[in-house]
Write a protein that binds this ligand. Structure first.
Ligand code: NAI
Ligand code: MG
Length: 519
């Protein structure tokens, strides 16, 4: 009963951070759960077009391994077309540049309304293509997209400059201007959410963009393209293309007419993109990988800590850059915590993501499944204690059993590398000083969490952790108002919130000579 209540609390948390007004999956009669795919072409200048060479690639259903459809495969020449469209839309005197700031907010609100109208369809399409449970797509992902867009809709007419008290007879002020044409590259773990995290600040600041969808999960982004056109965005303001990383993504990064790249994905690719951008002094924000520590002190609410630590790791099939993947537990409660975590992990329901009782769907691809199974094998070999799971689930699709390792040591590969799968690591600690040092001993610094009822301890430890987000007695709170991004190799810059607006704008300083200053 208690764990049921706690699961509800986790879901409510998801809802609270998304919307207070939308209904939940169980309250609404749902439309077709195996949706038809309507858009498979590139969206350039508000039109759906084939790629120039006519080539396409297959999109798979990760729950079955079957082909859902084929979509256009953008080449370097297509990227060139999309950049030209974005550049034209950004020209001085264009409809976009002449639009009142508040007009950009109206467009974002309209897009949010259209996503809300088509919520059930988009949620179903997300689940079909990504494999995440439908109840999560419907109750968490799509509502979060809506609230992110509405949050940014309020910004365009509130991004003020300053009047500067310069010396002498001068009048000097700053303006926040759009950075220009922006290239945005997103991964497959939260296709709709990351699309909206990119659209929000780019539109709010008045940039134009080319968004490259992930090659595994292009379907909801291409459908959203249709909604962008329906919302009334001028042609070329948002262009959306599907294509691979090394050719399509790389040509967007290298394009000389793109002024900024916003990338979410692996640290490995983020480093390559960082180098490319540096060559052209191109602005870059990078939201990369993590190996986030979750510290559970003996004075915590144990029921909450067990459920939240489970959620922190297993949510979204473990495919979260901020997954709480190093669970440090105080030796005083270690055995009890491990025991309860085994029970919770064994109860985790894996299966058809369209089934309402399913908590865990498939991993995104065969490649990811193999990578996870390889890391599990390394955990076994290194001597960590495998307590449940550890194998592929079934023989169809890309499912992995919910897996739990205890007695993990800091030097094990599973304690150092990003697994990006449903594999939890529990490590034991004795003192605050020791655990803080171990938690910070990672090349990553994306997120961290602390479970304790002691306020002093919560603050001291949160301040000491080298991570962009620290959650205390909670996890994965993703309110649009809060910034998100990494220390160290977890990235550069911040997504969401007003902080992301800085990286989409340039500060211009205008100084005028005035004849005489009286005061
Ligand atoms: P990836 O970093 O290769 O792909 C992410 C995006 O970058 C995709 O849109 C891809 O097409 C694009 N891309 C790849 N190479 C590129 C290049 N040279 N230039 C420009 N764009 C490029 O991630 P992948 O291969 O799908 O997953 C590998 C690992 O990365 C995962 O196991 C996980 O550890 C991590 N990852 C982290 C994510 C995060 O949210 N931070 C999301 C996805 C993966
Ligand atoms: Mg890759």
């Amino acid at each position: 009963m208690l764990s049921k209540l706690l699961s509800k609390q986790v879901l409510n948390q998801g809802l609270r951070l998304t919307t207070r007004t939308l209904s939940t999956a169980s309250q609404q009669k749902l439309v077709d759960r195996k949706p038809d795919v309507k858009y498979q072409k590139l969206f350039i200048n508000n039109e759906f077009v084939d790629s120039l060479g006519g080539s396409t690639f297959e999109v798979l259903n990760p729950a079955t391994g079957d082909v859902i459809t084929e979509v256009a495969d953008a080449s370097e020449k297509d990227i060139d077309r999309a950049v030209k469209a974005a550049k034209d839309a950004f020209r001085l005197g264009s409809e976009w540049r002449r639009m009142d700031p508040a007009g950009r907010g109206v467009l974002l609100n309209r897009l949010a309304d259209l996503i809300e109208r088509d919520r059930a369809y988009l949620a179903a399409l997300e689940t079909l293509n990504n494999g995440k449970p439908f109840k999560d797509s419907y109750n968490i992902d799509i509502p979060h997209c809506i609230s992110v867009l509405r949050y940014y809709a309020g910004w365009p007419d509130k991004m003020n400059g300053k009047v500067l008290p310069v010396a002498g007879d001068f009048f000097s002020y700053t303006r926040r201007e759009p950075v220009g044409v922006v290239g945005q590259i997103i991964p497959w773990n939260f296709p709709m959410i990351l699309l909206c995290w990119k659209i929000g600040p780019s539109v709010a600041t008045g940039c134009t963009s080319i968004i490259k969808l992930d090659e595994h999960t292009p379907l909801t982004g291409l459908y959203t393209a249709k909604l962008i056109e329906e919302a009334g965005f001028p042609p070329g303001v948002i262009n959306i293309v599907s294509g691979d990383g090394p050719h399509c993504g790389a040509s967007l990064v290298k394009h000389p007419d793109v002024h900024k790249i916003a990338f979410t994905g692996s640290t490995q690719v983020g480093k390559i993109i960082g180098v490319e951008c540096a060559k052209q002094v191109k602005r870059a924000t990078l939201e990369l990988g993590g190996k986030s520590p979750n510290i559970v002190f003996a004075d915590c609410d144990l029921d909450l800590a067990v459920e939240m630590s489970h959620f922190a790791l297993f949510f979204n099939q473990g495919q979260c850059c901020c997954a709480g993947s190093r669970t440090y537990v105080d030796e005083k409660i270690y055995d009890e915590f491990v025991q309860r975590s085994i029970e919770r992990t064994k109860r985790r329901k894996v299966g058809d993501p369209f089934d309402d009782s399913t908590e865990q769907g498939p991993q995104i691809s065969h490649e990811q499944m193999d990578k996870i199974l390889d890391l599990i094998e390394s955990g076994r070999r290194n001597g960590a204690k495998l307590l449940t799971g550890g194998e592929r689930h079934g023989d169809k699709g890309f499912f992995v059993q919910p897996t739990l390792f205890a007695d993990v040591q800091d030097n094990h590969r599973i304690a150092r590398e990003e697994i990006f799968g449903p594999v939890m690591q529990i490590l034991k600690f004795k003192s605050i000083e020791e655990v803080v040092e171990r938690a910070n001993d990672s090349e990553y610094g994306l997120a961290a969490s602390v479970f304790t009822k002691d306020l002093d301890k919560a603050i001291v430890v949160s301040n000491a952790l080298r991570a962009g987000s620290v959650w205390v007695n909670t996890y994965d709170n993703f309110d649009p108002v809060a910034p998100f991004g990494g220390f160290k190799h977890s990235g550069l810059g911040r997504e969401k919130s007003e902080y992301s607006l800085d990286s989409y704008s340039e500060t211009k300083c205008v100084t005028m000579k005035i004849s005489e200053r009286n005061s």
